[in-house]
Each structure stands twice: as C-alpha cells, then as structure tokens.
Design a protein around this ligand. Structure first.
Ligand code: AP5
Ligand code: MG
Length: 207
C-alpha cells in the first residue's frame, strides 16, 4: 500500500503521468485540483468558496484541502494512492505526516518534475481537456483525435499562469526540500517527451 506524491510546477505533466500510472498499475490518482473543480461544477458549498481562488490561480486554504485529502484516504484504504499536486505548502506536508499513521501509511516516494517556466507556458497554452473522460491533450504535442470535443481550463490564461508559477516557486518548491531531507525525494527531468519522462517516473517509483 504505497503513498506517492507528485510535485512540480503547473503544466509539468503531473496529471498526464498520474493518469497513465493509474491505468497501467491501478494506482488511485488523487488530484486535489480535480476534486476542487468537481466541487465547483457541482455547486457545493466548498465549490462556492473556492471558485474565485482557482480562477485567479491562488491556493485554497489548508483546511479545505486537508478535508478532501482525508476523504480520499478513507475512501481508498488498502490501495496505492498517488497525490498529484498535494502537498503544495510545507504546512500541508507536515499535516500529511500527522494524519498518515491513522491510515497505516507513510510517504514512500515524492517525485519532483523539473521543468522551466518557459516550457510551462508553452505546455499550458496548448493544453486541452476532454471533459467526458478527463484525458489531457496538447494542440501541438498530443492533439485530440478528430471528433473529440475538448475544452480549455479557466486558469490557463497567461496572466493566471504567471501567478501560479510565482506561487509554485515561493510555496511549493520548499516542499521538495522537505521530502529531500526525509530521504524520499526523486528528481525527474520533466522536459523530455511524454514517453521519456514516463520511463524516468516508473524507474523512480521502482515499478
Ligand atoms: P492543479 O489542477 O493541480 O493545477 P497545477 O498544479 O497548476 O497543475 P496542472 O494541472 O496545470 O498541470 P499538470 O502538472 O497536471 O500538467 P498536465 O499533465 O496537465 O491545481 C489547480 C488549482 O487548484 C491551484 O491553482 C489551486 O488553486 C488549487 N489547488 C490544487 N491543489 C491544491 C493544494 N494542495 N493546496 C491549495 N490549493 C490547491 O500537462 C500540461 C500540458 O502539457 C498538457 O497539455 C499535456 O498534454 C502537455 N504535456 C505533458 N507532458 C508533456 C511533455 N513531456 N512534453 C510535451 N507536452 C507535455
Ligand atoms: Mg493536473
């Protein structure tokens, strides 16, 4: 029963690789961003609280995030879990360390995707998503097949991407150091092609 963490800037490929791993190895992908977008779509109280924050690329409160994380841990007991985009702040990493023993878990591996800011902008501006399946495409690198209807995310506008990158460097990069000090961090060069990066991820996870 593994607990895996993906850390990396917006658009580095966390979702792309998490989805592939979940399809191939049955690992449960828990993307807090996806869970928040679902709350917004369903118009729940949480959704109403967070919708402006997501649209502006700002972080949601630790309290809301931890509720979603604990819910996922309860729901998927006994299975391998991959947190895609959580923890995003050292405070969240510490809270996770506190709750994992309740679920007989510990973090096995944190994977850091290293991608430059310029590449992030290139990837995010071309990203398209199939709202039916959640499959992620890129207009240039991985175009959707003819006939598949795709949409663009609300927070993928250029000025919002800049804000998300700024928050990443300030709040999330220290999370990588947190896991490095615990001896759990593996760094992956995220700038190669999708298959090249995927191979490194599989190796880092010992799969
Ligand atoms: P979240 O949804 O997690 O967004 P993010 O971290 O900004 O990451 P993205 O989903 O944008 O990128 P990704 O790394 O998954 O890349 P992808 O695989 O799609 O979070 C959204 C918001 O929710 C946050 O801003 C915040 O408001 C809130 N939130 C979430 N978690 C939170 C937390 N813990 N605390 C507080 N708030 C939280 O790939 C991107 C594109 O590149 C695609 O088009 C893909 O096809 C393409 N691509 C991928 N890999 C390659 C490659 N190797 N070569 C070429 N193209 C590639
Ligand atoms: Mg994602």
């Amino acid at each position: 029963m593994k607990t895996i963490i993906f850390i990396g800037p917006p658009g580095c490929g966390k979702g792309t690789h998490a989805k592939r791993l979940s399809e191939k190895y049955g690992i449960v992908q828990v993307s807090v961003g996806d869970l928040l977008r679902r709350e917004i779509k369903e118009g729940t109280e949480t959704g109403r609280k967070v919708s402006a924050l997501l649209r502006e690329g700002r972080l949601v409160s630790d309290q809301i995030v931890m509720e979603l994380v604990k819910g996922a841990l309860s729901e998927h007991g006994g299975r391998d879990i991959l947190f895609d985009g959580f923890p995003r702040k050292v405070s969240q990493a510490k809270m996770l360390q506190d709750v994992l023993p309740e679920f007989q878990r510990d973090v096995n591996r944190a994977v850091l995707f290293v991608v430059s800011d310029d590449e992030v902008v290139r990837r995010i501006s071309g990203r398209r998503i199939d709202p039916e399946t959640g499959r992620i495409y890129h207009v240039e690198f991985d175009p959707p097949p003819a006939g598949v209807k795709v949409v663009q995310r609300d927070d993928d506008r250029e000025e919002v991407v800049k804000k998300r990158l700024e928050i990443y460097h300030r709040e999330t990069e220290p999370v990588a150091d947190f896991y490095r000090k615990l001896g759990r961090l593996a760094e992956v060069d995220g700038e190669g092609t999708v298959p090249e990066v995927y191979e490194q991820v599989v190796r880092a996870l010992g799969l």
